[in-house]
Design a protein. Structure first.
Length: 292
C-alpha cells in the first residue's frame, strides 16, 4: 500500500468566491480516510483562505491541487473551527507549503502535542495519514475578531462556552453572506454531542441566527442553502424541550432513551449510532444544572 490514498476531491462552488469539499455522511473509516467532513476555500484577490483543513496532510494537499485548477494562488490563512481532528490535521500542509497563518481555538494547542496519536492516526489507512503532523495554532481568538484579506472581510466569532466542544468558533463573510458553522451545525446526519453541551449549542445557534446569510456551510452535511441550519436547530430545540418535560414527569436517567426517541430524525445518517447517546448526555447535563 505504497501509493497515496486518492481522496477524489471535487470542489463544489457554493457562492461567488467560495468552494467546498463536502464529505460523506458517515464517521471516519479506513474506506473514506476521513473524507466525511466539510472543508472550504475562500478566494480573495491574491490568495485563498481555508476554513477547516480536513483530516490529513494528504487530504489538504489534494484539496489544494484541485483548487489550483480554479486559481493558482497561495493560501494566506487557515481557520480551524474547533479541536476535533478531522477538521484540522491538514494544517501542517499549508504551514509547510505557504507558511499560512493558522487561526483557531486555544483548545488545539492545549489538548494536542506533536507526538500525539489522535483518532485520525488510529482510523485512517497509512497511505492517507502519512506526512500528517500536529502543529500549533498561531492566533487563538477568545473574542470576536474581524480580519480583512484583500478586501474580503472575515468575522470570526468564538461561542465563549462549551457548545459542540469546549471551544468552537464560526466564520461569517458579510459581503457574500456566507456562514461556516463548523460542527455547531450538521445536516442530513445526526450530530455527536459527546464533547458538547445542549445549552451551549442552543446559544451558538442563536448567535449564528443573528447573522444574515444566504449560504450556510455546516461542518458535516451536503445542504449549503439558506435552510441548512434548520435540521440542527430543530434537533437541539426539541431534545431540550422533551428532556425538561421528562424531568417534570420524573423520568429517570436509565429510562430516558425509552421515553425520548427523536423519531422525526430517524432517516438521518448515523441516527442509530449517535442519537441515544446524545439524549443521555443532554439529560445528564440538564439534571446536573438543575441540581446546582
Amino acid at each position: 500500500m505504497n501509493s497515496t490514498f486518492d481522496y477524489k476531491l471535487k470542489p463544489k462552488k457554493v457562492s461567488k468566491t467560495v468552494w467546498c469539499f463536502l464529505g460523506a455522511l458517515e464517521g471516519p473509516s479506513k474506506k473514506n480516510a476521513g473524507n466525511m467532513v466539510n472543508t472550504c476555500y475562500v478566494k480573495t484577490q491574491n490568495s485563498f483562505v481555508v476554513v477547516d483543513s480536513g483530516p490529513s496532510y494528504q487530504y489538504a494537499k489534494q484539496a489544494y491541487q484541485a483548487m489550483s485548477k480554479i486559481a493558482s494562488l497561495p493560501v494566506k490563512a487557515v481557520i480551524s473551527t474547533h479541536d476535533h481532528d478531522d477538521h484540522w490535521l491538514g494544517n501542517s500542509f499549508y504551514k509547510d507549503k505557504f507558511n499560512s497563518v493558522i487561526i483557531g481555538p486555544q483548545a488545539i494547542n492545549k489538548n494536542y502535542k506533536a507526538s500525539d496519536e489522535t483518532r485520525m492516526f488510529r482510523v485512517l489507512p497509512e497511505n492517507a495519514i502519512k506526512g500528517t503532523k500536529i502543529i500549533p495554532v498561531d492566533i487563538t481568538p477568545n473574542k470576536s475578531m474581524d480580519i480583512t484579506i484583500d478586501s474580503e472581510e472575515f468575522e470570526i466569532t468564538p461561542i465563549g462556552e462549551k457548545a459542540h466542544t469546549q471551544e468552537d468558533l464560526f466564520v461569517y463573510l458579510p459581503k457574500q453572506k456566507v456562514l461556516f458553522s463548523g460542527d455547531l451545525a450538521m445536516n442530513g446526519r445526526i450530530t455527536s454531542n459527546r464533547d458538547g453541551s445542549i445549552v451551549g449549542e442552543l446559544k451558538a445557534i442563536k448567535m449564528m441566527r443573528s447573522k444574515d446569510w444566504t449560504v450556510f456551510v455546516a461542518g458535516h452535511g451536503l445542504d449549503t442553502s439558506k435552510n441548512a441550519l434548520d435540521d440542527a436547530e430543530k434537533y437541539f430545540t426539541l431534545l431540550h424541550k422533551r428532556i425538561l418535560k421528562a424531568m417534570d414527569d420524573e423520568v429517570d436517567a436509565e429510562d430516558i432513551t425509552s421515553i425520548i426517541k427523536m423519531e422525526e430524525f430517524k432517516d438521518r445518517a448515523m441516527f442509530k449510532s449517535l442519537n441515544a447517546q446524545n439524549i443521555s448526555d443532554a439529560y445528564t447535563e440538564i439534571e446536573f444544572a438543575e441540581e446546582e
